[in-house]
Structures are given as structure tokens and as C-alpha cells.
Design a protein around this ligand. Structure first.
Ligand code: SF4
Length: 284
């Protein structure tokens, strides 16, 4: 039963781009003046439509299946959940279908079913209560390759964060299939900053950090990224990013870690909630 619901959430994520992302892509199409930028956005929007209408993946790279689980410690469904996630990855690979994207790091052998050592990737968080909430984020490899970590000095501060992000986005150009969405984690340690950056991608396009100071930096950085002129698919234009999302954690006084996770236009996500009585809600 659990695996069925998770397969459906995976199917939804890879075949239907969320409404907020589609509406940002449409706005970008209206906003662009260059023929090439409009042409690229038109093709992206066609792929979105074909995926939705045909219930087929919007991109051939269906990504690495990544889950963020907020597990209520009193949920009767906690036991067996990890097994259900792995089973769902296997079944979704056959049934949706997904491209098998998990290979052995030593011999490059593909497991064939999107499972392997630490794959699917599951981030666990134990919370009070008896509900379980799972976010599914199938993460494309091309955009992931542009993700990066910077261990800045505290003196470099937020100006350093901007410099690092802008340099990395410029360096990557069209590789991550722009327009991108940038997830940025600042603070914590090297590992936490990257994990926060990936989690930030679960927020809706346009949804700002509730802390007004961070929200202001998100908006400024979005403007600066778009001023780079990389444009849709890296062929020039005014829309390099649809949004910038920043999450923060307290940091060590001597460290200023910045994790950057780059997400492509195929910003796929879905959520499911398992109620204590077994009812399941799935949404984007
Ligand atoms: S980066 Fe994204 S859009 Fe480009 S090929 Fe990979 S999954 Fe597809």
C-alpha cells in the first residue's frame, strides 16, 4: 500500500511540472524579446505539455530519486517505510518508466532499477506526531553537475556568497538546462549547507524565505543571475533563472559554508502525506 502511493508520487513528479514552475516559464516566454530565447522556452513548454497530456516523463533524464521524509515517531507506518521507498523506486522504474540512473562507482555497472548503495537518496527527519510527510525530488544529473560548495571566510560574508554563485552560474552556462532554479544553503557545515540547498528546491517558485533579510538577498541575487544574459538553454536571453531559494543555519564562527544546488527547468517535485489511519494525500 505504501509503495503504491510512493510510485504514484514519483509518477506525478516526473510527468507533471508543478503549476508554479509552468507559470514562471510562461511569464519568461512573454518577457523574452530574442527569437532564440522564445523558441527555446516554447520547446520547453511543449515538453511540459507532452509530459502532462501523455503521462510520460518530461525529460529523458528522470534523475536520481531523492526523498525528504518527515516521519512522525508515532506513525504506525514508520516500520517498513524505508523498504517501501526502495520497492517504489524499483517499481516506478518499470511502470512509469524511469531511466535507470544508478551505477556502481567502481565498475560503472548500472543496477537497472534506480537502486544501489545509498540510492534512492533518503533524508530522514524525525518529528513529533503520527503523520509522515514525504517529498520526492527526482534530480537531473546535468544540473547537479553544476552544484558546488564554497567554504568562505566569515570576512567574505554575503558579498562572497553572491560572487561564488554568480561565478559558478556563469562558468556552467547552458550545461544545467536553464532557466534554472538555484537552491543555496548558507551556514551549518559543508554537509548541511548542501543538504539545505537541495531542500530549498522544494519551495514553490516565487515563495520567498520568511526572513525578510534573506528574502531580500534572494531577490537581489535573482536579478544579478538574470543580468548574466545566459538565457534559456544557454543561448542568450533575459531569463537564466526562474528563482533563487536560500536556506540558512547557524555557523561555526570561523566558517562560512555555502552549498549551491542547481536545478534545471525540469524542477520536478511531489509530496505525499500518510495519515495515521492509512489515508494518503498526494500533491505538488
Ligand atoms: S539537466 Fe534537467 S532538463 Fe537537462 S537533461 Fe538533465 S534532467 Fe533534463
Amino acid at each position: 500500500m505504501l509503495a503504491d502511493a510512493i510510485v504514484e508520487a514519483i509518477r506525478l513528479a516526473v510527468t507533471r511540472i508543478p503549476d508554479d514552475v509552468v507559470s514562471a516559464l510562461r511569464k519568461a516566454y512573454e518577457f523574452e524579446e530574442s527569437e532564440v530565447a522564445r523558441f527555446n522556452l516554447e520547446n520547453i513548454l511543449k515538453a511540459v505539455e507532452i509530459g502532462r497530456d501523455g503521462s510520460i516523463p518530461v525529460c529523458q533524464d528522470t534523475g536520481t530519486l531523492t526523498f525528504f521524509v518527515r516521519a512522525g515517531v508515532e506513525s504506525p507506518y514508520l516500520r517498513g517505510l524505508e523498504g517501501a521507498i526502495v520497492e517504489a523506486a524499483r517499481r516506478a522504474t518499470r511502470e512509469v518508466p524511469l531511466r535507470p540512473n544508478a551505477v556502481d562507482v567502481l565498475n560503472g555497472k548500472n543496477s537497472g532499477d534506480n537502486t544501489g548503495r545509498f540510492v534512492p537518496v533518503v533524508h530522514w527527519e524525525l518529528v513529533e506526531g503520527s503523520e509522515i510527510e514525504i517529498a520526492v525530488l527526482p534530480k537531473g544529473g546535468g544540473s547537479e553537475n553544476c552544484s558546488a560548495l564554497a567554504m568562505l571566510t566569515p570576512g567574505e560574508g554575503w558579498e562572497g556568497v553572491k560572487r561564488f554563485v554568480l561565478e559558478r552560474v556563469r562558468e556552467c552556462g547552458g550545461k544545467p538546462c536553464p532557466p534554472v532554479i538555484l537552491g543555496i544553503g548558507v551556514g551549518g557545515g559543508a554537509d548541511l549547507s548542501l543538504s539545505l540547498a537541495k531542500r530549498a528546491l522544494l519551495r514553490r517558485v516565487g515563495e520567498r524565505n520568511p526572513d525578510g533579510r534573506i528574502a531580500k538577498i534572494e531577490a537581489e541575487l535573482l536579478g544579478e543571475v538574470n543580468a548574466l544574459g545566459i538565457g534559456p538553454m544557454g543561448m542568450g536571453g533575459k531569463t537564466t533563472a526562474l528563482d533563487v531559494k536560500i536556506e540558512v543555519a547557524h555557523r561555526h564562527p570561523a566558517s562560512f559554508p555555502v552549498g549551491l544546488v542547481v536545478q534545471c527547468w525540469a524542477n520536478r517535485r511531489a509530496f505525499l502525506r500518510i495519515k495515521p489511519d492509512g489515508r494518503v494525500e498526494v500533491w505538488q
